[in-house]
Design a protein around this ligand. Structure first.
Ligand SMILES: O=c1ccn([C@@H]2O[C@H](COP(=O)(O)O)[C@@H](O)[C@H]2O)c(=O)[nH]1
Length: 272
């Protein structure tokens, strides 16, 4: 999917919501455990009840890898379902990959060609030659971890190296890499106070922003400096939506939680 199509979706739905599909068999309603593929059954119900409110879905691959081959099959079914039913929706494999060049190429093939995701999250730590193999895929997006939502982000990312914080160097340096137009960046919603500085370096790129809901990030604070002229934000909520209820009404509760975020987004966009 192209960025242009993503922007069209955002305008049509007045939403920049990304629903995180972090499925945990210990948290899903017990009646679903009787299904042949409980993880897929759960995801399908969530997608069916929220697709009109969201422009993106983000399965975090850890939640599938934890269940071995069966989990990977559930991930495969989920992305196939999204691509067949909702080809206009942007898909993110939150896998946080990155390795030496030839290995990165294999990761990129796994997520872009085999699974047919629109994007994958990548760690910048190994540098240019570990990220460019992902960027070489045209119309596929590489989402680079810039300033993450967790407390450990302060261990390295905000530390200065040669008088500039590491996350700023990641942003600035990556703009010089080949096919930098295929980049987005992860910035945690819990780091909203950094967004003015971030936008000064990457005014036009999309930011994937996890951390609203369960991690306490504030949507309005993120939008204050995070929005750009084409919106430029994908706000992710995982647990806050998919586990809004752990009972039989989980899909309806997920829709209500997604609607509440979408309504706030609509108000913010209308007030611009
Ligand atoms: O900085 C980051 C990068 C990735 N994540 C991931 O996003 C979701 C957030 O889930 P919630 O339940 O909405 O807290 C999850 O998959 C994380 O691994 C992040 O939180 N922060």
């Amino acid at each position: 999917m192209t960025i242009k199509k993503l922007v069209e979706q955002i305008e049509a739905k007045k939403s920049f919501l990304c629903v995180g599909l972090d499925v945990d068999l210990e948290k899903i309603p017990t009646h679903l455990l009787e299904e042949e593929d409980p993880m897929f059954a759960f995801n399908k119900a969530i997608i069916d009840s929220t697709h009109h409110l969201a422009v993106a879905y983000k399965p975090n691959t850890a939640f599938y890898e934890a269940y071995g081959l069966q989990g990977w099959r559930s991930l495969e079914r989920t992305i196939e379902y999204l691509n067949e039913r909702h080809p206009d929706i942007f898909t993110i494999a939150d896998a946080k990959r990155g390795d030496i060049g030839n290995t990165s190429t294999r990761y990129a093939k796994a997520f872009f060609e085999d699974l047919q995701f629109d994007s994958v999250t990548v760690a910048p730590y190994m540098g240019k030659d570990s990220v460019e193999p992902f960027l070489a895929f045209e119309n596929k997006i590489t989402i680079l971890l810039a300033l993450t939502s967790n407390a450990g982000a302060f261990d390295f990312q905000t530390r200065s190296l040669e008088d500039q914080e590491l996350y700023k160097q990641v942003l600035q340096t990556s703009l010089n890499w080949e096919n930098a137009h295929n980049l987005m960046y992860v910035v945690g919603a819990t780091k909203a106070e950094y967004l003015a500085d971030i936008r000064a370096i990457v005014p036009d790129h999309f930011l994937l922003v996890p951390g609203v809901g369960a991690q306490g990030g504030d949507l309005e604070a993120v939008c204050r400096y995070g929005l750009n002229k084409q919106v430029g934000l994908l706000i992710n909520s995982s647990r806050g939506i998919i586990y809004a209820s752990q009972g039989r009404d989980f899909a309806e509760a997920a829709a209500a939680s997604a609607l509440s975020l979408r309504t706030q987004m609509q108000q913010i966009l209308d007030a611009r």
